[in-house]
Each structure stands twice: as structure tokens, then as C-alpha cells.
Ligand binder design. Structure first.
Ligand code: TXA
Ligand code: MG
Length: 348
């Protein structure tokens, strides 16, 4: 981890000061600095994707393994052909349907994208975030912005500027505060270098939505189960323990009422629980956080990282969590919860 040597400035974009703030933020990127940026999914830790030195700082600040490549962020689909080649027509169809929005496409990259950004791969993940402030900063900077999620490596992602500061105050030049993220889980990653395309990470755009355009879309192993020894995920980052709060987590799968009752029976003094709002009353006396209402995937997605993070401020020795099913956005939520639990799962 880098030392805390910087004064981290918080930028808020107000109507009166919009131009000055956006220009100052874009300057940080142009100068090779680190700037946390808002997106509709989670906050990103941004730097000039074409500048090796700037990109190195991202890895250092996050404590991220060097073989874990970064996504690049562009303001619109017209930038695709500047940085990628052999772009299949289906990629343009998806961009048309879902950009700006929570879809990252893996494409063959051109040599202008440095090794440091791609982790040595010949492909790059490209994302066009649905956040007007960030799109404008990228346009003003005039370069694609490499940005992994703005969290220390292995920790839950950040959906507010406050949580970004918990992890990075003193280690980055600034954070652009645009309030809480609308989606709350990271983008869906789709490998477009093969046909049929393959889902590498479920995220803010549902598999069902993608299949409405490309019905053949497949799912990579490792999204719903732990990889076997020697098995390699296609998204390098998916092999690391991820999204984990300090205390160990156990995920309980099954019906809402049944899983809440299972946790109620097994929880011990000093342990914590993440449950649907409907069942919070069952856990008075325990550190308890709500995942939102049962059957409301948007609420689960918006809250999942915040509730995981919230336990780092308690003494809970172990966290029990209810875990939703796999439909729509819940596929991404259950994937994050299972990974936070290191696949320590009880099925009832
Ligand atoms: O919503 C998001 O995607 C957020 C916001 C900030 O845009 N970004 C994000 O980046 O989640 P990160 O670095 O935390 O996760 C990107 C994942 C990692 O697991 C990485 O290994 C994988 O994408 N990845 C990056 N480039 C890849 C490539 N060329 N091929 C396969 N997987 C790749
Ligand atoms: Mg991440």
C-alpha cells in the first residue's frame, strides 16, 4: 500500500462551479494523478489509461496484484475503434442497446493501450458509464480512464464518496462526490472476443437483458460455484477472495422465512446478521443490517456492499447473511455475497 502523503480533495459538482470543478478534475487525470470517480455502478479509482506511470499508481494504492487488468472507461461508443480492433458487429448492437450503462465488453485491444493497463493481455474491458459528470471529465481529459472499483484490493466496493475516503484518504488526489451509486453492484462483464459471448462477471445489467439481444450468451464457470484446483477464470480478478469484510461470512441460501429461522437458531452472542428488512425484528440484540425488502433486487444491489462494509465498524466476530436467488440483478448480488463468504454457504 502507498503511504498517506496526499491531501485528498473532495469535488462536488454544483451548477455555479461546474466548469471549474470538471476542469480541475480532468487536469488531475491529464497530469497522471489518481482521481476517484462516480459511476452508476460503484465508484472507480481513475487514472489515464494510456499513461503507464499513472496506471502503476492505481495498483499501488489498491494493493492490487499486477496480473489483474483494468477496465477502460470511455464517454461514448465512438471511442471504441480508437482503442480496440476486430470489433464484432454484435458489440455495436449491445453498445446501442445498453450504453451508457453497466455493461463492460472484453474486446481485442490496439497497441496504444499499455501492458500495465491490460495486465499483459491482448484484450481490454471497455465500459461506458452512465454518469454525466464522469463522462464529461473523460471528454475533457481527452483520454480513456482506467478505473477498477475504488476499494482496497479484496474489500467490498464503494458506493459513496465517504466509503472511498475510508479506504483512500491521503492516498489519492481527489474524489468526485456525486452521491450514492444508483445500481450499487459493478458492471456486467461480457467477453466479446468469442462467439457466443461469455458472461465473465454478472453485474448491473442482467443476463436476461443481454439474452434478449444475443440468446446464445453463455456463463463462465466460477460465477455460481467455487473454481476447482487448477481451473482458471477468464476474468483474472475473479480468482481472488473478494468483497470480504474483516469478519468471516456465512451465506444461507433458501426461502426468506426458512433462512432467517436457520440463522436465528444458529447465531451466537457477538455475531452479526444481514437479512431482509422483513426479518430484522428476529435479531434484536445482534448487530444487524438490512439488505432491503425480500424480492426487491434493486434494493439488494444498492445495499450489498454498504452492509458488508458496515460490519468493519462493529465487533461482530462472524457475519451470517441471507442470500437471494439468481434472477435478474440478484445473480450479481448472490455472486458478491458468495464471494464475500469465500463460498462458505449453507443450503437449506
Ligand atoms: O462497474 C464496474 O465495472 C467498476 C466501475 C468502476 O466501472 N469497475 C470494476 O473494475 O469493477 P474492477 O477492476 O474492480 O473489476 C474488473 C474485473 C476484474 O475482475 C478483472 O480481472 C476483469 O474485470 N478484467 C479486466 N480486464 C479483463 C480482460 N481483458 N479480460 C478478462 N477480464 C478482465
Ligand atoms: Mg473490483
Amino acid at each position: 500500500m502507498g503511504r498517506k502523503t496526499l491531501h485528498t480533495k473532495v469535488y462536488r459538482v454544483t451548477e455555479e462551479e461546474k466548469n471549474r470543478v470538471l476542469n480541475e478534475a480532468a487536469q488531475i487525470i491529464r497530469r497522471g494523478g489518481l482521481l476517484a470517480i462516480p459511476t452508476e455502478t460503484v465508484y472507480g479509482l481513475g487514472a489515464n489509461a494510456l499513461d503507464k506511470e499513472a496506471v502503476r499508481k492505481i495498483f499501488e494504492a489498491k494493493g492490487r496484484p499486477q496480473d489483474n487488468p483494468l477496465l477502460i472507461h470511455i464517454p461514448d461508443a465512438s471511442w471504441l475503434e480508437i482503442y480496440c480492433e476486430k470489433i464484432p458487429p454484435l458489440a455495436y448492437r449491445l453498445a446501442e442497446a445498453f450504453w451508457p450503462g453497466p455493461l463492460t465488453m472484453i474486446l481485442k485491444c490496439k497497441s496504444c493501450i499499455p501492458y500495465e493497463t491490460t495486465g499483459g493481455l491482448e484484450t481490454v474491458g471497455v465500459r461506458c458509464p452512465d454518469n454525466a459528470v464522469t463522462a464529461e471529465i473523460i471528454r475533457l481529459a481527452g483520454v480513456p480512464v482506467a478505473a477498477p472499483s475504488a476499494n482496497r484490493s479484496g474489500h467490498p466496493s464503494c458506493t459513496s464518496a465517504e466509503t472511498v475516503l475510508d479506504d483512500f484518504a491521503g492516498r489519492i488526489e481527489g474524489v468526485v462526490d456525486d452521491g450514492p451509486c444508483r445500481v450499487g453492484v459493478e458492471s456486467t462483464i461480457l467477453d466479446m472476443t468469442e462467439y457466443p459471448p461469455k458472461l465473465l462477471r454478472p453485474g448491473g445489467l442482467s443476463l436476461e437483458d443481454i439474452r434478449r439481444i444475443i440468446p446464445e450468451t453463455e456463463m463462465d464457470a466460477g460465477i455460481c460455484r467455487q473454481l476447482r484446483e487448477g481451473e482458471q477464470p477468464k476474468a483474472p480478478g475473479m480468482k481472488y477472495r473478494h468483497y470480504a469484510p474483516k469478519a468471516p461470512v456465512t451465506a444461507v441460501m433458501g426461502g426468506g422465512r426458512e433462512s432467517a429461522e436457520y440463522i436465528r437458531t444458529h447465531i451466537k452472542a457477538g455475531e452479526g446478521v444481514i437479512c431482509y428488512e422483513e426479518y430484522q425484528d428476529m435479531f434484536s440484540g445482534y448487530a444487524c443490517a438490512s439488505l432491503g425488502r425480500e424480492g426487491c433486487p434493486q434494493e439488494h444491489a444498492q445495499r450489498v456492499f454498504d452492509v458488508l462494509r458496515s460490519f468493519d465498524k462493529t465487533d461482530a466476530a462472524h457475519i451470517w447473511t441471507q442470500c437471494p436467488g439468481e434472477e435478474g440483478l440478484d445473480l450479481a448480488v448472490s455472486n458478491r455475497i458468495k464471494k464475500a463468504a469465500g463460498f462458505h454457504i449453507v443450503e437449506i
